[in-house]
Design a protein around this ligand. Structure first.
Ligand SMILES: *[C@@H]1O[C@H](CO)[C@@H](O)[C@H](O)[C@H]1NC(C)=O
Ligand SMILES: *[C@@H]1O[C@H](CO)[C@@H](O)[C@H](O)[C@H]1NC(C)=O
Ligand SMILES: *[C@@H]1O[C@H](CO)[C@@H](O)[C@H](O)[C@H]1NC(C)=O
Ligand SMILES: *[C@@H]1O[C@H](CO)[C@@H](O)[C@H](O)[C@H]1NC(C)=O
Ligand SMILES: *[C@@H]1O[C@H](CO)[C@@H](O)[C@H](O)[C@H]1NC(C)=O
Length: 382
């Protein structure tokens, strides 16, 4: 589920632009910007490289053939689609402007459900680079969202980096072959459902604490979730919450999936932005509910510092570990990543939520200008 609310986020973008993926290690072709969710340079739909061609004078990152390399990129908006969950992958091709068929996939992993579209999630993925030197070659990251709401030039986001692979004396020849076998195993693996797979109660309120040690990020807030009413609200204070920026501010978000509107209110500046929503996602755990999460263990000691005496059930999607309290109706306990990033939830309440909780601030209701919306949303609303 949800790497809830890496609410680092949310600023602006011209309307009708949707974005999703940016790559900096190695640096992508063309412009680069991840300062806001929906940054224009992260929106590159047309394959194989987002309609940006390379030339022999383009900037080119030298890497060592056959070595291990951490590819670093950001999912700049999350479009998790429960009807047909998507994937991200890293691929490689030789040539200045290779065509789609020249690319072969080095690594692929499933999308995850952030339960909030305007979530920026960084990934650092280790790949084994091909063992063949090349002067002009391309490393590419794709977000295959599968999300029908995002279907203008297809539902895939592309980002290409121009690289060259230099010879290394230490190269082991077998790596690439091993990789291919692994890749095929991964793709063919059937996702198993498990009797522990579950969804949170129809109405659910709790507090969360989010830390990202690498960038000294700390936020805390409250989430309100109403499955029947198709409403969510998230209040969050980032890094003390005294300022008016995404790295130090106090924010309120209202998501109404009936109207398809998400409002993002900045308390200290008194401003409110409007986003068009993707489809509703139930807040669930496990493959039974198309969360791309494999069940790992039942009744283990919770990872959350708030629950050391509590028992948790555990699921995994790539490097994300999701835990729920084993004894309590599927209530979330934590999401953790190997980097030390953690979202911890205080055991929540399942009482009905007052409808007034979901009524946006009047300043928001005056906002008519859309900061971001999918192509389908724009067709219905504009
Ligand atoms: C890139 O090159 C391809 C093939 O030569 C061409 O069809 C396409 O128009 C070029 N795109 C841009 C943006 O220059
Ligand atoms: C899961 O996916 C299947 C097929 O892609 C779809 O028919 C089903 O409705 C989905 N289930 C949920 C809970 O979204
Ligand atoms: C993502 O990575 C960029 C570049 O290293 C960094 O500036 C940013 O703070 C990171 N964001 C998160 C949420 O980790
Ligand atoms: C959500 O949107 C629907 C449809 O526009 C509207 O009728 C309803 O009042 C909205 N709910 C809230 C709490 O604003
Ligand atoms: C944001 O805060 C800065 C410094 O506190 C202030 O100068 C600026 O006017 C504020 N901006 C808004 C839009 O309130």
């Amino acid at each position: 589920m949800h790497l809830i609310f890496s609410i680092i986020a949310l600023l602006f973008i011209g309307h009708g632009v949707h974005m999703h993926l940016c790559l900096w290690s190695p640096m992508q072709r063309g412009d680069f910007d991840i300062s806001t969710p929906g940054a224009h340079p992260c929106y590159r739909k047309i394959g194989p490289c987002g309609n940006i061609n390379s030339s022999s004078s383009s900037p080119r990152t030298p890497l060592v053939a056959g070595s291990k390399y951490n590819v670093e990129f950001q999912q700049n908006l999350n479009h998790y689609y429960t009807n047909f969950p998507g994937a991200l992958d890293i691929s490689f091709a030789v040539g200045l402007n290779p065509s789609e068929n020249d690319f072969h996939v080095l690594h692929s992993f499933s999308d995850y459900n952030a339960m909030n579209q305007i979530t920026q999630t960084n990934f650092s993925i280790e790949v084994d680079l091909p063992n063949q030197p090349c002067d002009e070659c391309v490393l590419r990251v794709r977000y295959l969202s599968n999300n029908l709401d995002e279907d203008d030039h297809g539902t895939v986001f592309h980002q290409c980096s121009d690289i060259k692979l230099t010879q290394s004396l230490l190269n082991a020849l077998k790596k690439e072959k091993e990789n291919k076998v692994q890749l095929i195993e991964n793709i063919n693996r059937q996702r198993q459902e498990d009797p522990h797979d579950c969804c949170v109660s129809e109405s659910y309120t709790n507090a969360f604490f989010h830390v990202i040690p690498a960038i000294d990020y700390k936020s805390e807030g409250i989430i309100y979730y109403d499955q029947k009413a198709r409403q969510m609200r998230v209040t969050v204070s980032v890094n003390g919450g005294r300022g008016n920026t995404t790295v130090d501010g106090l924010f309120d978000m209202w998501m109404n999936f009936t109207s398809g509107m998400q409002y993002y209110y900045n308390y200290h500046s008194g401003t409110c932005d409007l986003y068009g929503l993707d489809f509703w996602n139930d807040w669930c755990f496990g493959n039974k509910y198309n969360q791309s999460e494999d069940f790992v263990a039942a009744d283990v000691t919770c990872k959350s510092p708030f629950g050391p005496s509590q028992r948790c059930n555990q699921w995994q999607n790539g490097e994300f570990i999701f835990e729920t309290f084993a004894s309590s109706e599927c209530l979330p306990s934590s999401i953790t990543r190997p980097s030390g990033e953690q979202i911890n939830y205080i055991q929540g309440k399942t009482d009905p939520i007052s409808p007034s909780t979901f009524v946006p601030n009047p300043i928001c209701l005056k906002q008519k200008k859309v900061k971001h919306a999918s192509p389908r949303w724009m067709r219905f609303h504009v």
